[in-house]
Ligand binder design. Structure first.
Ligand code: IPM
Ligand code: MN
Length: 335
């Protein structure tokens, strides 16, 4: 086969350590990818957080990026770079699967959920005002356009992955207009997919049911507004062993950026303690998106086999004693 160029954003905090682990494993697995590392340190241009042009150009050219976590600069008026990237490239659907790792026991078995999060608006629109001191307003913006495209994406995803139900998670009982519009869009789009069941569930009930019996969601694709997806994806990660394990893909019309669900974990950065699994599994989503399934299968099985092989081959977040690099070496030996 030919070779592929992929943009690499190593990220902040533990980002370098986990990205280096991915690069090392890809080399050992002979994945036909040439990484193009870019610097995304933002500058504030006219009060707007701006991604350096070489990074934007690289992502537009390659159309695929793997991204480590980015810290949100505090003060200086900066917005989160994570959100800036999602918005800049129109990455409207955030796909967050969550699957039990056989060989790592938690109180839950056979978790296999897929959550799709609207990724551009809602409470993440960044529209906030101080009306008078002591009274503030944060606007939750919901549009028909963004709702329809993420909901359609969810139906297409269900169709192509053999899940026969789309569950729309909302709180339209209270957010009558915003979530009401989201629900209304889903009812319309559902008409185009008669073979897929559509159901609706209030977010508080979804939280309860996920924590009580997540297997009820095994044949389901959940779709929801932005903040609900942020919260429920962390909840889902907790069911299978934590944020060190869960991948995601930010999907757009043209560009897609794959990243772990977790943040930059500055408290453990530079200490060789970070678990690269979430970024590795994100990279496997990326490989499958590129049609490089056999490399994804190889790397994913090596990761799962390593985790299953015992605490000496697991990082501390999984009650193990491995360092980032000994874990990485163990994965390479299992390829
Ligand atoms: C996530 C993260 C981000 C979010 C943060 C880092 C802005 O928590 O990807 O879930 O809230 O979307
Ligand atoms: Mn989050």
């Amino acid at each position: 086969d030919g070779r592929y160029e992929v943009t690499l954003i190593k990220g902040d905090g533990i980002g370098t350590e986990i990205s280096d682990a991915v690069v090392k494993i890809y080399k050992a697995a002979n994945v036909p990818i040439d990484w193009e590392p870019v610097d995304v340190t933002p500058s504030l241009i006219n009060g707007v957080t701006t991604i350096p042009k070489p990074a934007v150009d690289s992502i537009n050219k390659n159309m695929i990026a793997l991204k480590g976590p980015l810290a949100t600069p505090i003060g200086k008026g900066h917005q989160s770079m994570n959100l800036t990237l999602r918005r800049t490239f129109g990455l409207f659907a955030n796909v967050r699967p969550c699957k039990s790792i056989v060989g790592y026991k938690t109180p839950y078995e056979n978790v296999d959920t897929v959550l799709i999060r609207e990724n551009t608006e809602g409470e993440y629109s960044g529209i906030e005002h101080i009306i008078v001191p002591g009274v503030v307003q944060s606007i939750k913006l919901i549009t028909k356009k963004a709702s329809e495209r993420v909901i359609r994406y969810a139906f297409e995803h269900a169709k192509s992955t053999g899940r026969h139900e789309v569950k729309v998670v909302h709180k339209a009982s209270i957010m009558k207009l915003s979530d009401g519009l989201f629900v209304q869009c889903a009812k319309e789009i559902a008409k185009d997919y008669p073979e897929i069941k559509v159901t609706f569930e209030l977010i508080d009930n979804t939280s309860l049911r996920l924590a009580s019996d997540p297997t009820t969601y095994s044949k389901v694709v959940m779709v929801m507004p932005n903040l609900y997806g942020d919260i429920l994806s962390d909840l889902s990660s907790g069911l299978i062993g934590g944020l060190g394990l869960t991948p995601s893909g930010n999907m757009g019309e043209k560009v897609s950026i794959f990243e772990a669900v977790h943040g930059s974990a500055p408290d453990i950065a530079g200490k060789g303690l970070a678990n690269p699994t979430a970024l590795l599994l994100s990279s496997c989503m990326m490989l499958r998106h590129m049609g490089l399934n056999k490399y994804a299968d190889n790397i994913e099985s090596a990761v799962l086999k390593t985790i299953a092989s015992g605490p000496e081959n697991r990082t501390g977040d999984l009650r193990g004693t491995a360092s980032t690099s000994s874990f990485t070496e163990a994965i390479i030996s299992n390829l």
